[in-house]
Ligand binder design. Structure first.
Ligand SMILES: Nc1ncnc2c1ncn2[C@@H]1O[C@H](COP(=O)(O)OP(=O)(O)O)[C@@H](O)[C@H]1O
Ligand SMILES: [Mg+2]
Length: 297
């Protein structure tokens, strides 16, 4: 890789302004335009010139950003929830919903989708990785929600058996999963997506870098489609989803403790994108009409 004096001078000119016309460079260096072009081509082939970049002035960027931007809200419709977070989840963000078994995560996810189309005319997709679609329909029905299959799609990309017992290779698993999510969104034009539970998918990635990449790509994909999504995480161990808690824009925890001789359930918003959310622990109940969250802390 040899460059001579003329090359060095040519590079100096281009470093100052990569759009300097070949005729001007030719004049400055006392060579022909054709020679300038040939030399530039050679420098590109050698990888010495990798790209010609454009630097934007600060002014136009600042004035564009100065436009008032409002965070659009997606109402969950769940009694007591939207009041805790300025009217709903920020649109096109991803929420990690964590909690131990029986906390009510699936109920939350189903209500988010059900009210989505019932009250706000927004179709939704449920990616079911644990319960069968039939069980979920029965579950929803027992909570007074008859899901309209034209507005809500329940997609089971693979059986729990495949996920847990078979050692399906990661590549196939990931491709099938992503395809299923994309198809589900397209089929009903989903604006809301619930993945229940994401844990099954993520637990297959033993190596932390792959797991980070997968969750990052999934979050980007869902957001790029404009979907407001809930990823349900089975939380037995608080530190298990540290990675996902950083990647997701919002984190909600549903948990329970013991109060006298009965279980007390409570919901907490740990973080939420651009939202002055409640910092309280909000008691909630699940009845045959679904979740009901108390405003008081
Ligand atoms: N039809 C119903 N009537 C009353 N309570 C219900 C009904 N369905 C579910 N629940 C309550 O919700 C709990 C299960 O919630 P679920 O969303 O499945 O938990 P998770 O997904 O967090 O494991 C049940 O243990 C019960 O307390
Ligand atoms: Mg569940």
């Amino acid at each position: 890789m040899s460059i001579d004096d003329i090359d060095s001078k040519l590079l100096e000119i281009l470093k100052k302004d990569s759009r300097t016309p070949a005729s001007k460079i030719a004049d400055e260096l006392g060579i022909s335009r054709m020679t300038v072009k040939n030399r530039m081509k050679r420098l590109e082939d050698l990888g010495i010139i990798r790209q010609y970049t454009v630097t934007l002035g600060v002014k136009p960027l600042v004035s564009a950003a100065a436009q008032p931007r409002k965070v659009e809200r997606v109402k969950s419709g769940i009694p007591g929830f939207d009041e805790l977070c300025e009217g709903g989840l920020p649109k096109a963000t991803t929420t990690l919903l964590m909690g131990p078994p029986g906390a009510g995560k699936t109920v939350f996810g189903l209500q988010f989708l059900y009210y989505g189309y019932k009250k706000y005319n927004e179709p939704g997709a449920l990616i079911a990785l644990q319960d069968s679609p039939e069980d979920l329909l029965t579950f929803a029905s027992a909570l007074g929600m008859d899901l309209d299959m034209n507005k809500i799609i329940i997609m089971s990309p693979f059986s729990p058996d495949t996920m847990i017992r078979e050692r399906a290779d990661f590549e196939t698993l990931t491709i099938n999963f992503e395809k299923a999510v994309e198809e589900a969104i397209i089929q009903v034009g989903a604006e809301r997506v619930v993945i229940d539970p994401i844990s099954i998918f993520l637990s297959r990635f033993e190596d932390i870098y792959t797991r980070r990449r997968e969750i990052y790509l999934l979050n980007n994909f869902l957001r790029s489609r404009g979907c407001t999504s809930i990823l349900i995480a089975e939380n037995y161990n608080q530190t298990e989803y540290v990675l996902e808690s950083y990647v997701a824009q919002n984190v909600i925890i549903m948990r329970y403790g013991i109060d006298g001789n009965h279980r007390k359930k409570e919901l907490e918003i740990l973080k939420m994108f651009a939202t002055d959310h409640s910092r309280g622990l909000h008691p909630f109940w699940i009845t045959k009409n679904g979740l009901n969250i108390e405003p008081s802390t």
